[in-house]
Design a protein around this ligand. Structure first.
Ligand SMILES: [Zn+2]
Length: 489
């Protein structure tokens, strides 16, 4: 951060001089709030400026152009001595501070026009009050969701499975901190980058990172990124910690559980991971959260079933390279896993609060081994239960000498695990329908509903009912284990 310069410098110095004199002579109101620091984080969609404050402060934000800049005036405020050395990032070229008419003024020099959004955050974690200014480019339409059947089977060329890799925390939110001061946000980014690289090197697999640098992404934005890329799987990478440097160590894998039994460890962990949004700060007009919770109930059954399966495979693989904290997949209420239509898991790679685990997380070789284990689990899952239309599905068809036309073949559905790709006798055409009107079969898992299954495959509830009339009980319920035919539309 530099001292004040350019157009208004002489005026300001003059005013400041006058004010300083006035203050000593006539007791101007004493500054009540101190701006303790200014930090700038540059992300791909927006740039975030965080101002650390000693308390609540009234402020005014206004925008000037030629050149583009944002000005913030804090009432009754002053700057702490040597307020940081904030350098510009993202759209912010430079940060200047000074006093102007009794106010503490921060000027953000911009690369071009930007849309500022500001909000005050209450103390959380290691931080006190913060004023956040997000400078974004105008946001486009909300991401379109839901993979369509067209995407899955109508293309001749099998598509890759898409895996969204989510490095936990970032930017203003450091996550947990080890005894040797290793930061969770740093190791999660490294492991996630390793994992993405490994995924992209695989045939039939493609990775999408929810962040690729040190900046904060709100939790609900993370799963929206996965959905907008039509991800087949969302993997959030974290490092666990426990209070007072307890002795716990090892890896664990978590899936969403919004109700039912949760362990004490699960509750504690979900609270600390969900606190990210308090620390990193979610702006108040992030209303997409609502949409997500409405969608939540619609099709989560199937996604959660798949998450359990893939979580088990990943846990297995992690158990081969190091200690496990829990040897079965655990459930907890994580905001970041609340995608209704993308199976989502959260991997706590190790305990950063445990010294020997922290050493592993700090070591690039060990981090890569963790990434390799996660890849092995994920791959194992897609080999056993390939989504229709993917490269993995084509490989399986080839293995089993099936014709590649997906539309006519009754396939073992995604929940047919344990049968390891062994197909049942090809189903006969459904009563009242033709063979080519069927694009898949689905084995009903416990808790699944007809409407949820219809949503999962993007077909209408009516046509699903029609082709499966004989399997639907009088009350409209379907039995777990029943195999349903999935119509084409
Ligand atoms: Zn975390």
């Amino acid at each position: 951060m530099k001292g004040i310069k350019r157009p208004w410098l002489p005026v300001l110095v003059l005013i400041w001089g006058v004010l300083t004199c006035a203050a000593s002579a006539a007791a101007a109101p004493a500054a009540t709030t101190t701006v303790n620091g200014v930090r700038v984080w540059g992300g791909p969609d927006s740039t975030r400026v965080v101002m650390d404050l000693s308390g609540r402060a009234d402020y005014k934000l206004f925008q000037l152009d030629k050149p583009d800049r944002i000005v913030l005036d804090f009432d009754n405020s002053t700057f702490a001595k040597g307020v940081g050395d904030a350098t510009g990032k993202g759209v912010v070229k430079d940060v200047r501070v000074g006093h102007y008419q009794g106010k503490a003024r921060v000027v953000l020099d911009l690369d071009g026009p930007a849309h500022p959004k500001s909000f005050l955050l209450n103390p959380a974690g290691q931080y006190g009050y913060r004023l956040i200014v997000d400078l974004g480019t105008p946001s486009g339409a909300p991401p379109r969701i839901v993979r369509t059947i067209d995407d899955d089977v109508a293309h001749d060329k099998p598509r890759p499975v898409v895996i969204a890799v989510d490095p936990g925390h970032g930017g203003d939110d450091p996550g947990a901190r080890g005894r040797d001061n290793t930061l969770e946000k740093t190791v999660t980014l490294e492991i996630a980058k390793d994992l993405a690289k490994l995924i992209d090197a695989q045939p039939g697999m493609q990775a999408v990172l929810t962040r690729d640098g040190d900046y904060f992404v709100p939790l609900n934005k993370r799963f929206q990124i996965a959905r907008s890329h039509k991800a087949d799987l969302f993997v959030s990478i974290h490092a666990n910690s426990c209070p007072d440097y307890c002795d716990a160590r090892g890896a664990s894998v978590w899936v969403l559980s919004t109700h039912g039994k949760q362990s004490e460890a699960g509750r504690w962990l979900a609270n600390s991971e969900n606190a990210s949004d308090l620390i990193g700060g979610v702006s108040l007009d992030d209303k997409n959260h609502m949409l997500a919770s409405v969608l939540l109930d619609l099709s989560q059954g199937a996604s959660m079933h798949a998450a359990h399966e893939v979580g088990g495979d990943v846990l297995n693989a992690l158990g081969k390279i190091g200690p496990l904290y829990r040897d079965s997949v655990q459930g907890a209420n994580f905001v970041v896993l609340r995608s209704p239509d993308v199976p989502s898991i959260l991997v706590e790679t190790a305990f950063i609060s445990n010294l020997s685990d922290e050493k592993r997380l700090d070591n690039p070789r060990d981090r890569e081994r963790l990434a390799q284990a996660i890849l092995a689990g994920v791959k194992q899952y897609f080999q056993t239960t390939p989504p229709p239309g993917t490269w993995f599905a084509a490989q399986r068809d080839q293995r089993l000498h099936l014709p590649s036309s997906a539309s006519l073949i009754a396939k073992v559905d995604t929940s047919g695990r344990g049968q390891n790709g062994v197909l049942p006798a090809v189903a006969s055409a459904p009563s009242g329908g033709t063979g080519d009107a069927i694009q898949d079969m689905h084995k009903v898992a416990r808790g699944e509903t007809l409407s949820g299954i219809a949503q999962q495959y993007g077909v209408s509830l009516n046509s699903l009912r029609q082709v499966n009339a004989s399997k639907i009980q009088s009350g409209g319920a379907i039995q777990a284990g029943a195999v349903l035919l999935i119509p084409n539309s």
